[in-house]
Design a protein around this ligand. Structure first.
Ligand code: SF4
Ligand code: FES
Length: 265
């Protein structure tokens, strides 16, 4: 015979377990994590909130954000996926510099014998949706606009498109992009005017412009010869400093400029 099971908790308030206590790992030390908060439902302007988090030298900043969300304030919004520097979803400003939260180790930030404060804010130049999450659409629109895919005309080949190691090497650096937006959102030109394509879009155009199998270089160069294209770059190197993949972003932009000037790909 079946019996209905009530899901109602009949325990009194005193009998119910409280929220999970926040663990304090052995060997940890307290770190102040100052986070820029913004909730469009309640806030007109962003504001700062500080959380005390027990941190180990082996923690990454992402671990601290998890700690805040899981034990101190579940309303904190941020993006992450792989937690290993692969997906590019957790680019934020850490102490004012664009970084992936999953790649910054606490041991490089702990101040000897002093209380450490780490500030975390959203990347600049894109609209903030909530807390550390920004609207990435304008960034991806610029990326799509440079046609970041192989363009080949004529009949489909009956075998793979052959490429020499030297030709492959020509664009090797720019294949490493994970579209984290750290470069574009560290660029003062992009902050001043979001209509600039930005470094990441140019890096991804470069990846195909210099690919010997591709036939779309002229189209992409025309697109980047625009008033919002490569000529807006002021060579500040912020983008190269910000790139978590070590891509020579400024060099790639210079190579695209040269290809435009000398019509040499
Ligand atoms: S070039 Fe580097 S910083 Fe820019 S989007 Fe790609 S991986 Fe991120
Ligand atoms: S979470 Fe994927 S790169 Fe940091």
């Amino acid at each position: 015979m079946s019996r209905a099971v009530s899901s109602e908790d009949t325990r009194s308030e005193a009998e119910r377990p409280g929220p999970k206590p926040a663990p304090v790992p052995e060997g940890s030390r307290p770190v102040s994590v100052k986070i820029q908060r913004f909730n469009p439902e309640f806030d007109d302007e962003p504001h700062w909130e500080t959380f005390e988090v027990p941190a180990l030298p082996t923690d990454r900043v992402l671990n601290l954000l998890h700690y805040v969300k899981w034990y101190l304030d579940g309303t904190l919004a941020f993006r992450r996926s792989c937690a290993h520097g692969v997906c590019g979803s957790d680019a934020v400003q850490i102490n004012g510099i664009n970084r992936l939260a999953c790649k910054v180790l606490l041991k490089d930030m702990l101040a000897a014998g002093k209380q450490t404060t780490i500030t975390v804010a959203p990347i600049k130049g894109l609209p903030v949706q909530k807390d550390l999450c920004v609207d990435m659409e304008p960034f991806f629109e610029a990326f799509k606009a440079v046609k970041p895919y192989l363009i080949a005309y004529g009949n489909e080949p009956s075998r793979e498109r052959i490429q020499s190691p030297a030709d492959r090497e020509r664009f090797d650096d720019t294949t490493k992009c994970i579209l984290c937006a750290a470069c574009t959102t560290s660029c003062p030109v992009y902050w001043a005017d979001g209509s600039y394509f930005g470094p990441a879009a140019i890096v991804n155009a470069h990846r195909f412009i210099f690919d010997s199998r591709d036939q779309g270089a002229e189209e992409r160069l025309d697109i980047l010869n625009d008033v919002d294209g490569v000529w807006r770059c002021r060579t500040t190197f912020n983008c190269t400093d910000a790139c978590p993949r070590g891509i020579q972003v400024t060099k790639a932009i210079q190579e695209v400029k040269r290809a435009l000037l000398f019509k040499r790909v």
